[in-house]
Design a protein around this ligand. Sequence first.
Ligand code: ASP
Ligand code: MG
Length: 598
Amino acid sequence: MSLIVQKFGGTSVANPEMILAAARKAIRAQQQGNQVVMVVSAMGKQTDQLVDLASQITDRPSAREMDMLLSTGEQVSVALMAMAIHSLGYQAVSLTGAQIGIRTDASHTKARILSISTDRLQHLLDQGNIVIAAGFQGIDENMNITTLGRGGSDTTAVALAAVIRAQSCEIFTDVDGVYTTDPRLLPEASMLEQISYDEMLELASLGASVMHNRSIEFAKKYGVPIHVRSATSDAPGSWITSQPCPSERPVCGAALTKDEARISVLGIPDEPGMSLQVFSAVAARQVTVDMIVQNISEQGHADLSFTVPCNELETALAAIEEALASLGAGRVTYDEHVCKVSVVGLGMAEQTGVAEKMFAILAAHDINIQMISTSEIKVSVLVDQDAAIPALRAAHRAFELEQDLPRRLTGPPPGAVVADAADVAEQLQEIGMEELVLDDITLDTTQGRVTISGLPDIPGVATRVFHEIAAGGIVVDMIVQGHDSHAEDASLSFTVPREHVAAAAEIAERLSQEFSCRGVSSWSDIAKLSVSGVGLRSNTRVAVRTFRALAKAGINVDMVSTSEVRVNVVVDGSSGSRALESLRKAFADRLQGTDAGN
Ligand code: ASP
Ligand code: MG
C-alpha cells in the first residue's frame, strides 16, 4: 500500500474550520488508497504568542523550558486534528514527537534529529488509522522535550516521509507553491512547476524560502519527493525532487538575503593556516559564515571577506579581534548595510554568460557590486542595502523569471526518486540523520587564474571585464571579488581554461590600464578542489575542516567560494593531488560511495 505524509503549517490549521478542512484532505487521501501520516504545526500564530508569553516572564528563559513551552502548541493542534477526523467518522491517533520516537540531540530550541523509530507509527497505520504527528519536536537522550527551531515542522514531515519510505511528502501551506522569488518582495514572481533539491537548497538558504532548509536536506539525502501546495485550493503546486526545472532557462530563481554584514580581514600573511585561524575563531562562536571570498593580493598578504547575519556581527568581530591579536597581523573592516542578491539554477553549469549577464544588468541600473562569489549553480553579489529591491528586480527580469512556463506535469516528475538513498539511510542511522554527507571531492587541474588588483569600487567594472573576456571567446568558471588591503578598492580573481590564461591576462592588463588598477597577475597552473554534498554552508565546520586539512598539509589557499552544496578552493597546481588526498582523508567518515579512507 502506498504511503504519504501530509504536512499542514500553522496558517493552514489556524481555526476549527481549517482543521476540519485539513482533516477532509487526509481522509480523501486515505480513501484513494494511501496510508496517511499528517504532520501538523501549532495553530496560527500560537508559537509566536508562546514566545511572547515567556518574554513577559523573563528576558532569559531557559532553553529547556522554552522547548517545554513551545512544544505545547503542536500538542493542541494534533489532538484537535484527531478529534476532527473522528467527528467525520474515521480512525485517527495523535502522537507527540516523543511518542513517535523522534530522538534528537540535546541542543534545545535548535535540536537536530538523530533517529526515528517507525514501529509504533507503522502499527497504527496498519490498523487503519490516520496518524497525526506533532511537528517540530522530539526528545533527547534524557527524555527532555526538544524543538527543532522555528519552522521545523517541515523537517519533521520530510524526516518521517524518509523513514517510512513515503511515496511523497505533501506540504500544504498558504502559498500555491514555490516561486521564482519571494512574491512578497516582487509581486511579478512566477510559480515553478518543479525545482531540484540543490536549487531549492540554495534558494531556501538565501531567504527565498517557503520551506525549512533542513527539510530539503532530508529530502535530498533520502530521495523524498516533496509536493508544495495550497491548503485552500486544488492548484497543482510545485514539485521538489532530484529533477531540475525542465526549461531552457539557465536560472530558476532569484533571492535576496537582507540584514547581512560584510566583514573583511585585510593584510593577513598569505601562508597556510591563516584563514583557518580566523574561521575557526568565528565558527567556535557558532556564527554562520557565508559568501567567503579569499583573494590573493600582492606583497604576500591575503584578504579575506565574508558575510555574517547582522545580529551576529558583534560576536564575529570579537572572535576575529582575538584571532588577529594572536596572529599579530591584519586588520578588520566591516559594513552593516549590505545585502546579498543571488541567482540560482542548475542550468548555469552548462550555459556560459550567466554571471556576465547579472553584472551587466546591475551596471545598467547603476548598482555597485561590493563582492562576488560564484559556484557551479549560483551567482551571488553583495550590494548596498538601499539597492536591495532594485537589484533583485533587475536580476529577476534579466533572466525572464516573471514569465510563466507552460505546465507539463500531472504527477511527480519522471525519474524523481533517488534509487541509492537507502545506503545513505543506513549510514546515517548510526551517526545521526542530520549529519553531514558528502557526495564527492574532486580535483580539476585544467584551469588557470587571473587576478586584477585595485579595481575601482564603482558600478560597471565587473561587467566590462567579463564582457571583454567573453568577447575573446574565453569561458570563465569561478569568480570571486572581495575587498582588499587598500580600503576603497576591490580585487577580482577568476579562473579560465589553462590554454586561455595568457589571452585572458592580456585583456585584463588592458582593462587594468584603462581603469587605473594596481595590476594584473596570472598563474596558469592552479588546482581547483570541490567538496560537494548536503548542507555545507549551514555547516560552518565544513569550511573550517577544509582549511584545517589544507593547512596541515602545508598548502596555501588562493581562492575560496562556498555554496549550500559545494565548497570550492583553488590552490597552486603543484599541490593539487596532495590537497585532494588530504581532503579525502579529512572527510573519509562522511564520503559516500567512494574509496576514500582506504
Ligand atoms: N510552530 C513552529 C513555529 O511556528 C513550527 C512550525 O510551524 O513549523 O515555528
Ligand atoms: Mg511554519
